[in-house]
Design a protein around this ligand. Sequence first.
Ligand SMILES: [Mn+2]
Length: 306
Amino acid sequence: MIITTTYEGPDLDGYSCAVAYAELLRAQGQKAQAAIFGELQLEVQWLLSEFGIGRIGPISPIGLITIALLDTSDLEGLPKCFAPEQVVEIIDHRKLTQLEAFPNTKSQVELVGAAATLVAERFKETGVEPSRESAILLYGGILSNTQNFTHPQVSHRDRNMAAWLKDISQAPNDLAKRMFIAKSDLSGTRLAQALDGDSKVLVIQGKRVATMQLEIYNPDRLIAERREEIESILSTFVKTEGADYGYLNMKNLENETSFILCGNEATRLLFTSLSGMMWDDHLGYSTERTLRKQINTWIDDQLSRT
Ligand SMILES: [Mn+2]
């Protein structure tokens, strides 16, 4: 039995990859099942309820199982109930990987806009048409991770697969817009839920880096209204995780800008040499590096020099 999974508390890309890849493996005659751990991010919850798609949950890992890990490739991304030795396959699209931590895996890591693109290509190459549900999930995953094709890492492969999946799923033309509006609603406790939902800790050059990310419309309005609350959630997260550095990236979905909030003094000092920034205390405004991936790559480069 092979379990397809992704990091705990997945976004739409991770969730859709795990679910659709199990479907593909089954279509190829394998025993496969998806398992999803943690609280689903708001965009996943929205899409499932909007299209009446059943929710996949966790499983208790019993017996001899192997793992296919999707949309992540580091130890922090592996759900806690599994061991790295169980992972036999990784499909991911990020630059900073930790493949050496998984001794038994084969891997496909390509820098396209979404891991969903790589999974969709597997369907297409093997001549298997995804179910309508898997197609709309994968399509949503591509829209989410490429921010409706505005992301710098978007490729023609993402566009090709998105067009194919949109066709199969008959998804509405304004799906991206509706999904982004839904996930930009951070009223009340949804703010803490969203911050917690898209938080992860990475080890970069031996340092623990606690990261949070929001991809929303109108981040400036959110900051004006709830800055203190956001600062408090971030600094608590950085302390709880015992992190050396920590930040929150608030990407504006309407343009290529971002607000970066530092979670402690060390991070503020480190980011002093980050180019293209305007600072107000611990809050920076960026037009150069607007994605968490780009910021982490910069940190990696910076720390490797010291
Ligand atoms: Mn992804």
